[in-house]
Write a protein that binds this ligand. Structure first.
Ligand SMILES: Nc1ncnc2c1ncn2[C@@H]1O[C@H](COP(=O)(O)OP(=O)(O)OP(=O)(O)O)[C@@H](O)[C@H]1O
Length: 594
């Protein structure tokens, strides 16, 4: 369906993070410089040894004068190398923090954009692990790869060139052995990467369990489930321990074998080098250079093998971070048309809507649902538990897309409208268990409209029957409400949530079981606030307790995802159908007055 001419496009959004590229390239250059100096050092050492050897044979002459030049050059190379090393380590730690910061911001921003279905299928603990441990792991490997990996790799290449110039025969021998070693290393590497990925996923699973238990500690305490939850956590931790041990064994085997092989190579080099020295194909200085250069190669290779385990972990951690960073949500957060405020009436139509949750595609929750919410009227949805009432609200908020059929606002399909405008300015949502943030009352109410003035916040609180109790707190609107609003009563939380919804002055209000968790007195105060809030808006009430919806303009009875009947309270009672039956059952369940 096309968008009417009056619609206006949403303004663009998106913030750019600073690029850490230039310090990276400087760090790379410095690390490269330090490595190249290390390639040059064995040759100068050889030169110095030749001077020493000549002096030893002649036992006279200008030893100091001859030795001074190579010795001074060596000394300046050592100093320069120290400076370069200092420079690239300082730069790298700065770059590492910038990279980790940018990754965390990009990942968090990507997570915030994901569909609600994504959060249905993924545990919060897993996401937190990706934001913390995985980014940390990736950062450490990144730093190690640049500082030691790049340096070692450059030294291996550079020293191999020097080795070839010093003695092609000896170098040829090394080259015969190398390719098979590299091939074997690559094979073991891919096996270890798979193992590392499994181990990290298991760690994330264990974190997920801890996160859920700690986040719901009151429920755990209420059911005395501490030991059981500890057992579940221990099982997950043990599994991750086993996987990490297997990974450790794999890395140990790899490192042990590579050390043996590298030492054997050095031993063979000395053995063959000695023969060439005897045949005068090499000078003593050349053999010294060859040995130092091959030692540098050995050290670099050992470094790389130590690095290997870290890099394996870092790469799979990076892959896990990038997997979520590149994930595109089916419904973007913003973008699309907006209905100008003068044309916005708040008429909502569900036409032939069928829906299955993405996590349970085979199970149809709504079937061919058609429903109209006339502007300014209150429509209540009632019906047996699990009948799909909350799902209707979720589709209206565009948390999910209908599998079939359309939902429209003032004739415009929701799919063509800007979701951030729809959620941020058009629809106010008040749920059964509102979640507040661990900040002040003022900031919690302002969450509904970030730019709201203090006066607007006070007005919304007054309309929500909340101003009185907020001002009775010693800190008033600056009271910190605790994590998820834990320091407030249910009714107080609910009224702050109502104020939060009202401060944006929404055209459409969804009340999902908004009073069912409250006691009679709190319910009365909250209901009063809700009645006041509903005036002049299109209201969708989702209710368990039928007593709260008797005054609705229209009551829709939803059963098994279909509309079973519609009408006013009186009409439905007269009809004697499912609604009348529900009223009768609820009356029976009410406790007898004493
Ligand atoms: N996020 C979800 N993923 C998969 N299935 C879900 C999800 N949320 C709800 N369901 C399923 O959809 C069906 C309808 O749920 P819904 O919450 O809409 O019912 P309801 O009528 O509001 O129930 P109640 O009155 O008990 O709150 C239920 O069978 C429920 O198990």
């Amino acid at each position: 369906m096309g968008t009417p001419g009056g619609l206006v496009p949403a303004p663009g959004s998106g913030a750019a993070c600073p690029s850490p590229l230039s310090p990276v390239s400087s760090a790379l250059q410095l690390a490269l410089g330090a490595a190249l100096l290390n390639v040059r050092i064995p040759l100068l050492l050889g030169e110095l040894v030749d001077v020493v050897a000549r002096q030893a044979m002649r036992r006279a002459g200008d030893y100091l004068r001859e030795a001074r030049r190579p010795a001074m050059r060596l000394l300046s190379l050592y100093s320069l190398q120290g400076l370069l090393t200092f420079g690239y380590i300082v730069l790298l730690s700065r770059v590492g923090e910038q990279v980790a910061g940018s990754m965390r911001t990009a990942l968090f921003s990507s997570l915030l954009r994901q569909d609600v279905a994504f959060f249905d299928a993924t545990r919060t603990g897993q996401l937190v692990t990706r934001l913390t441990a995985d980014v940390q792991e990736f950062k450490s490997s990144f730093k190690l790869v640049v500082s030691q990996g790049l340096r070692s790799a450059t030294q291996i290449v550079g020293c191999f060139a020097s080795l070839y110039l010093l003695s092609p025969k000896l170098t040829g021998l090394l080259l015969v052995v190398m390719p098979s070693l590299v091939g074997a290393g690559a094979l073991v590497g891919s096996f270890l990467r798979g193992l590392s990925r499994q181990a990290q996923e298991q760690v994330a699973k264990a974190t997920g369990v801890a996160d859920e238990v700690l986040g719901n500690v009151r429920t755990v305490r209420a059911f005395a489930m501490e030991d059981r939850q500890l057992e579940v956590y221990c099982t997950e931790v043990q599994r991750s321990g086993q996987l990490n041990e297997r990974l450790g064994v794999g890395i140990a085997v790899f490192q042990g074998l590579s050390n043996v092989v590298l030492n054997c190579i050095v031993l063979g080099t000395i053995f063959a080098g000695g023969a060439l020295l005897a045949g005068e194909e090499l000078s003593a200085g050349d053999l010294m250079s060859f040995l130092v250069a091959s030692q540098t190669v050995q050290r670099s290779m050992a470094n790389i093998s130590v690095l290997f385990g870290q890099v394996v972990r870092g790469l799979s951690a990076g892959a896990r971070v990038f997997e979520f960073m590149t994930l595109e949500p089916a419904v973007p957060l913003c973008g699309g048309a907006r209905i100008p405020s003068h044309a916005l009436r708040g008429c909502i139509c569900f036409q032939g809507v069928s829906f299955s949750y993405p996590t349970r595609p085979g199970y149809q929750v709504l079937r061919d649902l058609s429903l109209t919410l006339p502007p300014g009227k209150t429509v209540a949805i009632v019906g047996p538990s699990g009948g799909g009432k909350s799902t209707v609200a979720a589709l209206l908020e565009r948390f999910y897309e209908p599998t079939q059929g359309t939902v429209t606002l003032d004739g415009c399909e929701l799919g063509s409208l800007d979701p951030s405008w729809l959620r941020g300015q058009v629809i106010g949502f008040i749920s059964q268990e509102p979640v507040l943030f661990g900040t002040t009352v003022m900031e919690n109410i302002r969450f509904g409209k970030p730019g709201a003035s203090d006066a607007e916040v006070y007005a919304a609180a007054r309309r929500a029957n909340a101003d009185g109790f907020i001002r009775s707190f010693p800190e008033g609107y600056d009271t910190i409400v605790g994590e998820r609003g834990v320091t407030l009563s249910g009714g107080q939380k609910q009224r702050i949530a109502i104020a939060r919804a009202l401060v944006k002055d929404p055209v459409v209000l969804i009340l999902d079981e908004a009073t069912s968790a409250l006691d009679a007195e709190s319910e009365r105060v909250v209901q009063e606030a809700l009645d006041r809030a509903a005036a002049g808006r299109t209201v969708l009430v989702i209710a368990h307790r039928l007593s709260t919806v008797q005054g609705a303009d229209l009551i829709v009875v939803l059963d098994g995802g279909r509309v079973a009947e519609t009408g006013t309270h009186a009409e439905l009672l007269r009809r004697g159908g499912l609604y009348a039956e529900l009223i009768r059952r609820q009356a029976q369940e009410q406790p007898e007055p004493r």
